[in-house]
Design a protein around this ligand. Structure first.
Ligand SMILES: Nc1ncnc2c1ncn2[C@@H]1O[C@H](COP(=O)(O)OP(=O)(O)OP(=O)(O)O)[C@@H](O)[C@H]1O
Ligand SMILES: [Mg+2]
Length: 638
C-alpha cells in the first residue's frame, strides 16, 4: 500500500535552511531504526517482547501494583466466563419451555450468579485501574531518570553525534510511551480474557463457532498492528524533520535569538520554512491516514464477512436441529460480548504495539548510552602535579571526515603557562578539550604523568582541571551556584570571595538586587540578566573557585573591557607563580609574551612553538600575526 506510493516523501526534501541535513540523516535512519517488518506473524511475535520491556520496568518500579493489575484482569476474565455461562443457564430453562412462574423461580440462582459475577468483574476492573494509574507515572519517572543518568554520564563525543540525538528523542517519547503501554497492556489483557471467555463458551456450545469467532477477530488485529507499525516507521523516518520543526519554533519564540530575528527581519523567513517543513509533515500524516483507512476497511471487510458467516452457520445449525434455540441465543449473546471486547482489544493492540516500539527505542537508547559511558581507567593520578603531553595526536569529531587536529605534539610541564594561538578553526579549543580529558584521541596519545588518558581514572583528571570553555555555560541559577556549581563546599565564604575578587565577579555581584542569591535567568520570575562581559567574569570566577592545579582558559577575555582584561592576565600570571599549570588559548598576542611556551596552530597542525622572543626572531606565522596586531596600536601617521 503506502510502500508503493511515490508521493512527496520527506526523504526527498532538501531544505534551503537545513541544507542536506534531512537527506543525510534519512540514509542512516533506514539502517539504524527498528527493521521494517510488516509480516503479520513476525509482528505478532514481536508483541510479547514489546510488552515485556515495560513489564520488566514495572516489576522494578512497583511489583505489588503490577501483581494487582495482573490478578485484577484475570479475575475480570473469569467473571466474564461465569457471567456468560450463568446467562446460558438462565436462558435454557426459559427458552426450552416458554416462561412460567416456576421456570422463572428456578432461574433465580443463576441470575444471582450473573449479578454477583458482574459485580466482581467491575470491582476487579476498578482495582486494576487504580493500580495502573499508580504504576504509570512511576514507570515513566524511572525510565526517564535512567535515560537522564546514562546521558549525563555518556562520553562527550557520543552527545555530538546526530544519530544519538535522534535516538534520544525517540527514547524520550519512549518514557511517556511506557506509561501508555502499561495502561493499554492491562486493557489488552482484559480484552484477551474476554475473548478467551467467549471462546470457551462458544467452544462448549458448538465447536464450529470457535474458528468463526477467530476469523472475525484476526483480520482486525492484523490491520491494527499494520497501522501501528506504519505510524511508528513514519515517525522514525521523520524524527529529524520533527526536531528541525522544534528548532524552528524555538528560534521564533526563544529569547536568545529574539533580537536577531527582529533586527534581521528573519521572522518571515523562518515562518516560511516552518510552513514548508510542516507541509511535508502534514502530507506524511495524510498519507498515513489514507493507508490506515484502507487497512481498516480491509480488516473490517474480512471481519464482517466472517461475522455474517457465523450467523449463517448458527441459522443452519438451528434449522438442522443440531443446537436448540437456547444454545443459539446464548451464542448470540456471547458473540455480541466478543464484539464489544474486540473493539477495545484492537485499540489496545494498536496502542501497545506502537507505543511498545518507542519503549524499545528507549531501551535501545539506554543500551547505546551505556555503551558510550565515559570510560575510566584503573590508574589514579599521583598527588603531585604531573606533565601533560599530546604525542602525535589526531582527532576527528564524530560524523566528520576531516580531522580537527592532525599529528600534533604538545608538552606542558607543571607550573608552566602555555599559550595556544592561531587562526579561527585551527584546532586550539579542540586541543584544550583533549588535554582536559573531555574527548579521547582518535589516534596518538594524551598522557598525564606518562599515563595515557584512557588508562587514567577520568574523575581524577576532571578533579585536577578547571576549564573555562570558549562557549562557557550560563547556568540558569543563582549567582552563588554559577560560581560554585556542583561543589557543595560553596558555603565556604572565604573561597567564594577570593574567586570573585580574582575574576572581577565581585563587582558584578555587588550590583545585583539580591547579591549572591540573585537568579541569573531572565526567563524565570525574579530573574535578572547580565551583560556579556559580566557573564564572562562569572564564568572565570567558577574556574578560580575550583582552585584546580591545572587551569584551561579558552579566550577568557573576549568580552572584557581593557582594564578587566589586563587584570585577568595579571591574575593568570599570578596563578603560575603559585604553582598552578595554565593553558591559555587566546587571540590577544600581547598577553602571550609572558608564556613559557607558545604553540602556533594552523589547519589542525602545530606549525611553530617556542617562547615569544624565539618566535619573533624566527619571523614565521607568529611574528606575522603579532606584527599585524601591533600595527593596530601603532601611532597613526600624520
Ligand atoms: N563539536 C564539533 N563538531 C564538529 N566539528 C567541530 C566541533 N568543534 C569544532 N569543530 C571543527 O574543528 C575544527 C577546529 O575547531 P576549534 O574549535 O578547535 O578551533 P579553534 O582554533 O578553537 O578556533 P577559534 O579561534 O575560532 O576558537 C574546526 O574546523 C571546526 O569546524
Ligand atoms: Mg576556539
Amino acid at each position: 500500500m503506502g510502500r508503493h506510493r511515490t508521493g512527496h516523501a520527506p526523504s526527498e526534501v532538501r531544505d534551503p535552511l537545513f541544507g542536506s541535513g534531512i537527506r543525510a540523516s534519512m540514509g542512516r535512519l533506514k539502517h539504524e531504526g527498528a527493521g521494517v517488518r510488516t509480516g503479520f506473524l513476525s509482528m505478532a511475535r514481536e508483541l510479547p517482547g514489546l510488552v515485556a520491556v515495560t513489564v520488566r520496568l514495572a516489576r522494578r518500579a512497583a511489583p505489588r501494583d503490577l501483581l494487582v493489575v495482573l490478578v485484577a484482569e484475570l479475575l475480570s476474565g473469569v467473571a466474564t466466563v461465569v457471567t456468560l455461562m450463568a446467562t446460558y443457564r438462565v436462558l435454557v430453562p426459559l427458552m426450552t419451555g416458554g416462561p412460567s412462574a416456576e421456570r422463572l423461580a428456578s432461574a433465580v440462582p443463576a441470575l444471582l450468579v450473573v449479578g454477583g459475577a458482574a459485580a466482581a468483574g467491575s470491582l476487579a476492573r476498578a482495582a486494576g485501574k487504580a493500580a495502573v494509574s499508580r504504576l504509570g507515572p512511576t514507570i515513566e519517572r524511572l525510565a526517564y531518570t535512567r535515560l537522564l543518568r546514562l546521558a549525563a554520564g555518556a562520553e562527550l563525543a557520543a552527545l555530538e553525534s546526530p544519530g544519538f540525538h535522534n535516538l534520544l528523542e525517540a527514547a524520550r517519547q519512549g518514557t511517556r510511551a511506557a506509561r501508555l503501554v502499561i495502561a493499554q497492556a492491562a486493557q489488552l489483557l482484559a480484552g484477551l480474557s474476554t475473548l478467551l471467555a467467549v471462546g470457551t463458551v462458544l467452544g462448549v456450545l458448538h465447536p464450529l463457532l470457535l474458528p468463526l469467532l477467530l476469523a472475525t477477530v484476526l483480520p482486525k488485529g492484523w490491520s491494527a498492528v499494520r497501522s501501528a507499525r506504519a505510524r511508528f516507521v513514519s515517525a522514525q523516518r521523520n524524527m529529524e524533520l520533527s526536531r528541525q520543526l522544534e528548532v524552528l519554533s524555538g528560534l521564533l519564540t526563544g529569547r536568545d535569538v529574539a533580537p536577531e530575528v527582529r533586527a534581521h527581519a528573519a521572522g518571515d523567513f523562518l515562518l516560511g520554512h516552518y510552513d514548508r517543513l510542516s507541509a511535508v509533515a502534514e502530507a506524511e500524516q495524510a498519507r498515513l491516514g489514507r493507508d490506515e483507512a484502507r487497512l481498516a476497511l480491509a480488516g473490517d471487510a474480512v471481519s464482517g464477512a466472517a461475522g455474517v458467516l457465523t450467523y449463517v452457520t448458527l441459522g443452519l445449525l438451528l434449522t438442522a436441529g443440531t443446537i436448540p434455540l437456547a444454545v443459539a441465543g446464548a451464542a448470540v449473546i456471547a458473540i455480541r460480548t466478543a464484539k464489544a471486547g474486540l473493539i477495545s482489544l484492537v485499540m489496545s493492540i494498536n496502542q501497545v504495539y506502537e507505543q511498545g516500539l518507542y519503549v524499545l527505542e528507549w531501551e535501545r537508547a539506554c543500551d547505546e548510552a551505556a555503551r558510550h559511558q565515559m570510560s575510566s581507567g584503573p590508574v589514579p593520578l599521583p598527588g603531585h602535579p604531573v606533565e601533560i603531553r599530546a604525542d602525535d595526536l589526531t582527532f576527528v569529531y564524530p560524523g566528520q571526515s576531516r580531522p580537527a587536529l592532525a599529528h600534533a605534539d604538545v608538552v606542558i610541564r607543571p607550573g608552566e603557562i602555555v599559550a595556544f594561538v592561531g587562526a579561527n578553526g585551527s584546532g586550539k579549543s579542540t586541543m584544550a578539550k583533549l588535554l582536559a580529558g573531555l574527548y579521547l584521541p582518535t589516534s596518538g596519545r594524551v598522557t598525564w604523568g606518562g599515563v595515557p588518558i584512557e588508562r587514567l581514572n577520568r574523575r581524577s583528571v576532571f578533579d585536577r582541571v578547571a576549564l573555562v570553555a570558549q562557549d562557557f555555560a550560563r547556568w540558569p541559577a543563582t549567582a552563588r551556584v554559577n560560581l560554585t556549581l556542583g561543589h557543595p563546599e560553596g558555603g565556604d565564604r572565604e573561597r567564594l570571595w577570593r574567586a570573585a575578587v580574582a575574576s572581577g565577579a565581585d563587582a558584578v555581584v555587588a550590583g545585583l538586587p539580591d547579591g549572591w542569591e540573585t537568579l541569573l535567568a531572565r526567563e524565570f520570575m525574579g530573574g535578572t540578566e547580565l551583560s556579556g562581559g559580566q557573564w564572562q567574569r562569572v564564568g572565570l570566577g567558577r574556574a578560580w573557585f575550583r582552585d584546580a592545579p591545572v587551569l584551561v582558559f579558552d579566550e577568557p577575555t573576549s568580552a572584557l573591557d581593557p582594564e578587566a582584561e589586563i587584570e585577568i592576565f595579571d591574575q593568570v600570571a599570578g596563578l603560575a607563580t603559585r604553582g598552578h599549570t595554565v593553558i591559555l588559548v587566546t587571540h590577544r598576542l600581547a598577553s602571550v609574551a609572558r608564556a613559557d611556551r607558545v604553540y602556533v596552530f594552523a589547519g589542525g597542525r602545530i606549525v611553530e612553538h617556542g617562547r615569544h622572543e624565539e618566535l619573533m626572531r624566527a619571523g614565521g606565522a607568529y611574528a606575522t600575526m603579532y606584527g599585524l596586531q601591533a600595527a593596530q596600536y601603532a601611532p597613526a601617521d600624520t
